[in-house]
Design a protein around this ligand. Structure first.
Ligand SMILES: NC(=O)c1ccc[n+]([C@@H]2O[C@H](COP(=O)([O-])OP(=O)(O)OC[C@H]3O[C@@H](n4cnc5c(N)ncnc54)[C@H](OP(=O)(O)O)[C@@H]3O)[C@@H](O)[C@H]2O)c1
Length: 260
């Protein structure tokens, strides 16, 4: 049987070569908190150089200080500000991966939705990551073989009471995914989306997490329990690594077996 030469190496070498990120530069948005911060840490641990972005400079600096390795950079930006997003695309340099973690919640019953709120949610969760991607691609800032990862949500596929604007913004990302993936194939750039279920981060207010009834009730409703930020970060490392080289245009549900 003809095997890839790498598979004849020791297990440690195989893991490092296939699943490691040495020599790669990765931009993580929303890196000042939750899933983005965990993703930045996991990527740095796997050997990547990080460009981390977010709005809160003090939290970004704290994440920056915690990153293993060298050569990381902090580029703060409000991605709903066109000028700031253009500046980020110009300043981040050549990238091998982008993980779009920046996002805002959008919980409100449909009958109470106002234009401004719908605009803000769509702008932050759909328009901003897609337009940042467009800007990076048009500048050829993503190297051949690069990997683009969107944080969609299981809410885009299942929806439930009170998350209409949020679900719509995350579903819009999925709509753009396959055309983007196909258009990027020529340069061997891949694009995929992750659909997490509930993950314990500041995305839901601290009060909700501190309410034992809420936590216990939610935890019981996921076969593998509520997710941790690193559960999502590990999938990002895989999709950024050479091990994920044949995966594009896909949604990956990371929802602990699905809420029931
Ligand atoms: N947690 C969940 O249960 C869950 C489930 C499914 C999907 N997701 C998705 O996963 C992603 C990360 O969520 P998380 O749970 O890690 O939430 P989080 O802890 O609240 O982090 C959100 C991040 O987005 C950044 N951000 C928000 N608006 C921004 C803007 N206009 N410009 C730049 N950055 C902005 C925040 O930056 P600053 O704080 O610096 O402003 C923060 O770093 C989101 O897209 C979310 O929709 C989360």
């Amino acid at each position: 049987m003809n095997m890839s030469p790498i598979l004849s190496e020791t297990p440690r070498d195989v893991a490092r070569a296939l699943f490691g990120l040495s020599g790669k530069t990765v931009l993580v948005t929303g890196a000042s908190s939750g899933i983005g911060a965990a993703t930045a840490f996991a990527c740095a641990n796997a050997g990547a150089r990080l460009v981390i972005s977010g709005r809160d400079v003090s939290r970004l600096d704290a994440v920056f200080s915690s990153l293993p390795g060298e050569g990381h950079r902090v580029l703060p930006a409000d991605l709903t500000d066109t000028g700031a997003a253009q500046q980020l695309a110009a300043d981040c340099g050549a990238l091998d991966g982008v993980v779009h973690c920046a996002g805002m919640p959008g919980q409100i019953p449909m009958k109470a939705v106002k234009d401004a709120f719908m605009h803000d949610v769509m702008n932050c969760n759909y328009h901003a990551p897609i337009m940042l991607t467009c800007r990076l691609l048009s500048r050829q800032a993503i190297r051949k073989g690069g990997s683009i990862i969107f944080l969609s949500s299981i809410a885009a596929l299942t929806g439930t009471v009170g998350v209409g604007p949020y679900s719509a913004s995350k579903a819009a990302l999925i709509g753009a995914l396959r055309p983007l993936a196909l258009e990027c194939v020529r340069r061997h750039i891949r694009a995929n989306a992750l659909c997490p279920g509930l993950v314990k981060t500041p995305f839901l207010s601290q009060g909700m997490w501190e309410d034992p009834d809420f936590f216990e009730e939610k935890n019981k409703r996921y076969p593998l329990g509520i997710g941790k930020p690193e559960d999502i970060a590990f999938a990002c490392v895989y999709l950024l690594s050479d091990a994920g080289v044949h995966i594009t245009g896909q949604l990956i549900n990371i929802d602990g077996g699905g809420e029931f």
